[in-house]
Design a protein around this ligand. Structure first.
Ligand SMILES: Cc1ncc(COP(=O)(O)O)c(C=O)c1O
Length: 387
């Protein structure tokens, strides 16, 4: 990623002016305005802004525990191919992570991967990652979870703007998380969001974000919680802490940048999608590589371009092609995360995930962002060609 923002110079200039003219830079009106605009964009009732996507994941799981919907030792299924801070809070909060396999054809957990695990291991929740903008068959997964009363939540940090069966990814679960770190679909430098339609969860997320106090709740919510806990004065309420929380607050800079960059989001996503089509046209003609199937999606909002090779030996060849051309590549997120040192240290369960294993050894990704020029795309296309 060459730039932090779309319209880098204009945005930095506007940010400088905003900082110079603002009396208050800690969380305030710009954060609330961005939350409202983001809810409209995503088509969700509420959005709660955080200082990172990882914080959004932690706060979401802590909130579900505070509400008693998840408990110590609850079993939480998650996509074997994911990011560290999707899984770590499951462990940090005393729950059991259970890896769900990902299909190499879609990069994602598919409905067919979950039924046996749900029924054999009695899962309480599933925290899916929508990988690199691709998704599983979320409508079918939701049906399975609903039928068994299992909480479904989505880590949509890599898939802002993707659409599946007529609905945006991130709108299938009870709540979903987003990241606005540089190189994601929109950047606030650091930043994250949780969206939900659930009033109790929204209220709890605002308390978890801010020390467990009620200062960021609306007046009805404050009245209710103070009455429940017999907090009689505004003075006492200042330092009343109702449930377990952290300081995961964003700043007004996050809110300002979110509002600013949201204006370019659709344009950004469109360019990423067209980059994908250009690069994928080479992959479909190359028998060494496997193109990712997203027939079940109405729209792909890519985060990066996955290069899936048919064997590890072939991967080495393409790895050298990219490295030799000076194109930065990354592992397929954290690979099958069960092999990461932290996971082996803390988790007692391991499940067989041959799909995620295949992707760990045979794939990598390169950047796909709106700033890629025609000549940048040509360089990547050449790296993808079979010689
Ligand atoms: C799937 C997924 N979840 C969570 C995160 C964490 O987001 P952040 O870097 O904003 O903490 C990332 C980061 O890239 C991610 O890819």
């Amino acid at each position: 990623m060459k730039d932090t923002f779309i319209e880098e110079y204009k945005t930095k200039l506007a940010l400088s002016e905003f900082i110079l003219s603002s009396n208050k830079l800690s969380m305030g009106i710009k954060c609330s305005e961005f939350e409202k605009e983001f809810s409209i964009y995503q088509g969700r009732k509420d959005s709660i802004l955080f200082n990172s996507g990882g914080s959004a994941n932690l706060a979401l799981l802590q909130s579900l525990k505070n509400l008693g919907r998840l408990k110590n030792n609850s079993k939480v299924g998650f996509s074997a191919l994911t990011w560290s801070t999707n899984v770590m809070p499951i462990i940090q909060l005393g729950m059991e992570p259970i890896a769900l396999d990902c299909d190499p054809k879609t990069l994602n957990v598919m409905s067919k991967n979950i039924i046996d695990v749900i029924d054999n291991l009695n899962l309480d929740a599933i925290f899916l990652t929508n990988v690199l903008g691709f998704t599983g068959d979320l409508d079918k997964i939701k049906e399975i979870c609903d039928a068994r009363n299992i909480i479904l939540i989505e880590d949509n940090c890599e898939a802002l703007g993707s659409i599946v069966s007529g609905k945006k990814s991130g709108n299938y679960g009870l709540a979903s998380t987003f990241s606005f770190f540089v190189a994601h679909h929109m950047s606030t430098i650091e930043g994250g969001m949780v969206t939900t339609d659930d009033n109790d969860l929204e209220e709890m997320l605002r308390m978890v974000r801010s020390n467990g106090w009620d200062r960021n709740l609306n007046s009805d919510q404050k009245f209710k919680i103070r009455k429940t806990h017999n907090i009689l004065s505004e003075f006492d309420s200042k330092y009343s802490f109702y449930d377990l929380g952290y300081n995961l607050r964003p700043t007004e800079i996050t809110g300002f940048l979110g509002l600013n960059q949201l204006k370019y989001l659709n344009e950004n996503i469109k360019k990423r999608n067209s980059n994908h089509l250009v690069l994928n046209s080479v992959v479909v003609d190359n028998t060494d590589l496997q193109s990712i199937n997203y027939d079940h999606q109405d729209f792909l909002s890519p985060f990066a371009f996955p290069v899936v090779c048919k064997s590890a030996e072939i991967k080495n060849f393409y790895f050298n092609q990219f490295s030799g051309a000076g194109v930065e590549i990354r592992p397929m997120i954290a690979g099958n995360i069960q092999f990461q040192p932290f996971y082996k240290k803390y988790s007692k369960y391991s499940t067989s995930c041959p799909g995620a294993d295949f992707l760990t050894s045979n794939s990598f990704y390169c950047g796909n962002y709106p700033g890629l020029s025609t000549s940048d795309l040509e360089i990547i296309k050449n790296c993808l060609k079979k010689y």
